[in-house]
Unconditional design. Structure first.
Length: 264
C-alpha cells in the first residue's frame, strides 16, 4: 500500500462529504475518523519539547504522525501537517520542518483542504539538535557583544524554519535568555505601565531588563522597513520610560539575511 496515496484518498473522501468552508480542527477530526475506518495507523497531537543547549525553550504539538513506531509496522514515521487554504505556503512547510527536526522524523508532508486536496512533501533540515547541557561561565565581554553573539548562536541553531508565524515563536527570546545566563548575565523580563495622570492606560513589555537600567527586545524582520518600524516603536518607549539604553535584536525571517543588533 502506498501510504501517501491512501492519505490523500482519505482526505479527498473527507472533502467530498463535508465540502469547503470548515475550520482546520473539523477536517482533522474527520480525517482521523476516516483513517480509523481504513485501518491506517496514526497518532494525533504528539507533544514535544524544544531544547537549546540542554534547556527547554518551547514546546510544540504535531497534528498527525503517520505510521507511528508503537504500531510496529515497517517503514518510518511521517509528519502530516494539516491546513485550510487554496495554497500551501512556505510558512506551512516551515512549521512541518519544525516538527520533523524536533521529533527526529525524516519524512513530512503538508496537506491542505480547499476546493480540492493539495499535498506537498517537505524536506527535513540537514542540521540536528544537540541536547547536551552546557554549563554557565562568566563572560567579560560588553553586553552589546554578548547580545549579538547570543542572537547569532540561536539563529544559526534554529534557522528560519522556526519563524513560521508573523511574530515568530517565543523560542528565540527564550533561547537568547539561555545564552545570557550561560554568560553570567543577570536580567529579568519587564512590563512597564504607561500612565495618564497616575492612571494606567497601557503597558509595554521588554524581553530583557538588566540590572544597570538597560533593556533589550527581540523582533523579526523581512526587510529594512520592518527594522525601522520596530526600532521607532522601541526607541519611543525606551525614551518615554527614561531608560538608560535599549538594544533591539533583529532576527531575519528569510534566508540569507543576518542578525542585527541596534542601540537606542
Amino acid at each position: 500500500m502506498d501510504l501517501i496515496k491512501e492519505i490523500k484518498a482519505s482526505a479527498e473522501e473527507v472533502l467530498s462529504v463535508l465540502g469547503e468552508g470548515y475550520k482546520e480542527n473539523v477536517y482533522e477530526e474527520a480525517l482521523a475518523h476516516e483513517l480509523r475506518i481504513r485501518n491506517i495507523p496514526y497518532e494525533r497531537q504528539r507533544n514535544f519539547e524544544m531544547i537549546y543547549k540542554g534547556y527547554k525553550v518551547g514546546e510544540g504539538r504535531a497534528d498527525l504522525i503517520l505510521n507511528p513506531l508503537w504500531f510496529n509496522r515497517k517503514g518510518e514515521e511521517i509528519v502530516l501537517e494539516l491546513k485550510v487554504g487554496k495554497k500551501i505556503e512556505k510558512s506551512h512547510k516551515r512549521q512541518a520542518q519544525v516538527y520533523m527536526v524536533s521529533l527526529n522524523i525524516n519524512e513530512g508532508w503538508v496537506l491542505s483542504f480547499s476546493n480540492k486536496v493539495e499535498m506537498e512533501k517537505v524536506e527535513k533540515p540537514k542540521r540536528g539538535f544537540d541536547r547536551s547541557v552546557i554549563k554557565p561561565s562568566k563572560s567579560r565581554k560588553e553586553l552589546s557583544k554578548i547580545l549579538k553573539e547570543s542572537a547569532e548562536n540561536v539563529f544559526n541553531y534554529f534557522g528560519t524554519e522556526f519563524i513560521y508565524r508573523d511574530k515568530g515563536l517565543e523560542i528565540f527570546p527564550k533561547a537568547i535568555a539561555v545564552e545570557l545566563r550561560l554568560n553570567g548575565i543577570d536580567f529579568s523580563t519587564g512590563t512597564f505601565p504607561i500612565c495618564y495622570k497616575f492612571h494606567e492606560v497601557d503597558r509595554y513589555n521588554f524581553n530583557f531588563v538588566f540590572s544597570n537600567g538597560e533593556v533589550a527586545n527581540v523582533c523579526y524582520y523581512k526587510d529594512e522597513e520592518d527594522i525601522d518600524k520596530s526600532l521607532e516603536e522601541f526607541k519611543f518607549y525606551v525614551d518615554i520610560l527614561k531608560l538608560r539604553k535599549g538594544y533591539l535584536i533583529c532576527i531575519p525571517s528569510t534566508e540569507g539575511e543576518r542578525v542585527i543588533v541596534t542601540t537606542t
